[in-house]
Write a protein that binds this ligand. Sequence first.
Ligand SMILES: Nc1ncnc2c1ncn2[C@@H]1O[C@H](COP(=O)(O)OP(=O)(O)OP(=O)(O)O)[C@@H](O)[C@H]1O
Ligand SMILES: [Mg+2]
Length: 289
Amino acid sequence: MENLAEAFLSLSREDISLLAAIERGMRTHEWVPTFLITKLSGLSAGKSEYRLQRLYERKLVVREAQHYLGYQINFDSYDLLALSELVRRDQVRGIGGEIGVGKESIVLLAQGDVPLAIKFHRQGRTSFRHVRRLRDHLVDKPRVPWLYAAALAARREFQVMTKLHPDVSIPRPVAISRHALVMEQVPGTLLNRMALSDPEEGLRLILHEVGRALALDIVHSDLSEFNIMIAASGPVIIDWPQAVDATHPHATDLLQRDLSNVLSFFWRKYRLEMPLEEALSIVRGAEGI
Ligand SMILES: Nc1ncnc2c1ncn2[C@@H]1O[C@H](COP(=O)(O)OP(=O)(O)OP(=O)(O)O)[C@@H](O)[C@H]1O
Ligand SMILES: [Mg+2]
């Protein structure tokens, strides 16, 4: 897509109604027929066909003609639907540049009451690794897997963050729409992109946060120097969609893997050595902190 902000500003209310109609139709149809889009959008047939063609030319809808002409939204229009709802609810008032583009998400700076980050999940595009485990969390189960996987991951991440905040140092979760999670912007830098003046203290603070999460029965499961930010207030742990409950059969293995990732980073970058057992005991000891 060009730029999300520009695309957003150029959408009419009718375009939003059509995209929302296709989104609804995708709960029951893989390809949503034109008559159903028209019906769900409340627009006249002529107007809806004309605007659908425009959306198609702008690559905001995908279509397939087999027995009938059917439409789908894509990730770009899904982003626009989420953004338009967040703006309508006055939770987001402006959007800025991209701060993270990964395999499984795109993160944009934004502005609301405070500086924000919006994480648009992209899970369904690449893998279904975490989907099976998380399936039960989604009430509406759309026909189209990517839509479902991305919304599911966002919902799971929001739920975990809501449980952890403020006991664990994470970005405050602010809002969610579909696959888009809005959180407070962390005024800091990723751990792998900066030099700590006191690595030993840094490592201990990180282990304490892991311990606080464990005390709330949550294991991150994707912890590494790429998911820890350092702010003036200390470490802030981000990226929670794959977190598991402490009762999960692999919770202990996942916790050990999280800690090994962090320990090996501190060894590689700072030549700081700590045995896994010691890290585990700090984490377990921190449960009560
Ligand atoms: N609340 C936030 N404040 C500031 N920056 C953030 C925030 N959340 C995420 N970021 C930035 O966006 C990047 C990606 O976020 P996150 O790790 O949650 O997504 P991801 O799905 O892991 O992406 P990737 O596939 O690149 O790992 C982070 O590395 C960080 O630079
Ligand atoms: Mg990450």
